[in-house]
Design a protein around this ligand. Structure first.
Ligand code: NDP
Ligand code: HSE
Length: 433
């Protein structure tokens, strides 16, 4: 029976150093839980001088081949991030019969389709709990605890940077540029925050969640993505007045007849919704299953130790599988082909803010443009004047299709009385009939 499992660790940045801290600090408990000792055999660094900070405790290399060709290494833990060479390292590790643990959503969202079959062919474990929601357990619950359910929807706040920014905009009335600067100063947002604010980081995580929840391969191209860059403080305030909170929501829904919808976009949620109260850098994932009903998983979606908690959980699981000779027990679960929902079948209410001439007959023209696409208006409020005889109008529609909404907005933009269609925001509210 195996009494020690050896790790080759790729990268000791934020998460990698957290993994060293947890494995070292909790070594005795971890060994008891895993059924064997877990040791770091070698660490891959890019800069050996920088690695001197690690002391003499660990063997360090700047050559990946030293790790992948080491027959004593059982698990390769990839924490260098980004697509390349991380993808090539993971593929090579799997081909060499090494188990792999990673938190790399960039690689999983784009290359999962290639990598999972490799893990299966070589009968090894490939685990990635830290890739979505940092420390929050969500991959394993979907794959194991909720495996008996037909999952109908997964909605998540899965980007900490944007959730921090939206919380600040709501609570402190800070505008977008100031709050982004603050998020960068606090180290939440990357120095290049494009993937966070543009929704790509959340879209990558949604690809992983939806593929697992619906047992089918979802790709990044399937996801409708828009970020928070154009969101205005006044929309956040109007949403509050109307009883909603705006979150950057990653939503995946499955309907047996209509198919799968996958979207990342600013979304208005009723303030009573459990996700609406998830603030600051916290993440949460709200799941609905036919047997489970509703459940929410919430916690720290990023950071050194929270993410290390998930990575080390995976390491322990791989070690347990080795001890009990059940490696490869849970592999890729994307075994079905499912269709995507068409724009005409995607139904929801929408919030629209527009500027229009402030004179009799204008509202009738606007209502007619909506009616032409069968878009019913539930609420319409005329806000303050925004210029000489120009009024700001805010309205919420009944459930309408994505396609009808797009066509109605096009028509509105062509009306001479409409000066600007400033915002169109999806509303997630089942109480709007
Ligand atoms: P960091 O940038 O902090 O750390 C990456 C480390 O890998 C750095 O030390 C870097 O070295 C090293 N590295 C990069 N390229 C190479 C290479 N080719 N060879 C050897 N070493 C290399 O990233 P994080 O720790 O934040 O992220 C790691 C992974 O975890 C990413 O996939 C990320 O998406 C994911 N993740 C991160 C979370 C977080 O909160 N940070 C949360 C959830 C997931 P150098 O210092 O020389 O650049
Ligand atoms: N940039 C990510 C976030 C880090 O803000 O949530 C965790 O993936």
């Amino acid at each position: 029976m195996k009494d020690c499992v050896n790790i080759g660790l790729l990268g000791v940045g934020t998460v990698g150093s957290g993994v060293l801290h947890v494995l070292e600090g909790n070594a005795a408990e971890i060994a008891k839980k895993a059924g064997c000792k877990i040791e770091i055999k070698k660490i891959l660094v890019r800069n050996k001088q920088k690695a001197a900070q690690l002391g003499k405790k660990y063997a360090v290399t700047d050559n990946f081949e030293d790790i992948v060709n080491d027959p004593d290494i059982d698990i390769i833990v990839e924490l260098i991030g980004r697509e390349h060479p991380a993808k090539e390292y993971i593929a090579s590790a799997l081909e060499h019969g090494k188990n792999v643990v990673t938190a790399n959503k960039d690689v999983l969202a784009k290359y999962g389709k290639e990598l999972f079959p490799l893990a299966e062919t070589h009968n090894v474990d490939f685990m990635f709990e830290g890739a979505v929601g940092g420390g929050i357990p969500i991959i394993r619950p979907l794959k194991s605890c909720l495996a008996a359910n037909r999952i109908t929807s997964v909605m998540g706040i899965v980007n900490g940077t944007t959730n921090y920014m939206l919380t600040k905009m709501l609570h402190d009335s800070m505008d977008y540029d100031d709050v982004l600067r603050e998020a960068q100063e606090k180290g939440y947002a990357e120095s290049d925050p494009t993937a966070d604010v543009g929704g790509l980081d959340a879209a990558r995580k949604l690809v992983i969640l939806a593929s697992i929840a619906f047992n089918t391969r979802i790709s990044l191209d399937d996801v409708m993505v828009s970020g928070i860059e154009t969101l205005k403080l006044c929309d956040i305030d109007y949403a509050k007045e109307l009883g909603y909170t705006i979150k950057l929501l990653a939503v995946a829904k499955h309907d047996d007849e209509k198919g799968i919808t996958v979207c990342v976009r600013p979304t208005m949620l009723p303030t009573s919704h459990p996700l609406a109260g998830v603030n600051d850098v916290y993440n949460a994932v709200f799941v609905e299953g036919d047997a489970l009903g509703q459940a929410m998983f919430m916690g720290r979606g990023a950071g050194s130790l929270p993410t290390a908690s998930a990575v080390c959980g995976d390491i322990i699981d791989v070690a347990r599988n080795m001890v009990h000779k059940s490696t490869g027990r849970i592999n890729c679960t994307c075994f079905d082909e499912k269709k995507l929902c068409r724009l005409e079948d995607m139904l929801s209410p929408f919030y629209i803010r527009l500027h229009a001439e402030d004179r009799p007959g204008v509202l009738a023209a606007i209502a007619a443009a909506f009616a032409a696409q069968n878009v019913g208006i539930k609420t319409l409020i005329q806000k303050q004047s925004v210029g000489d005889k120009v009024a700001e109008l805010v309205l919420i529609t009944y459930h309408v299709s994505e396609l009808a909404m797009q066509l109605a907005v096009q028509t509105l933009k062509g009306l001479p009385v409409v000066k600007d269609v400033c915002s169109v925001i999806h509303v997630e509210d089942d109480s709007v009939e």
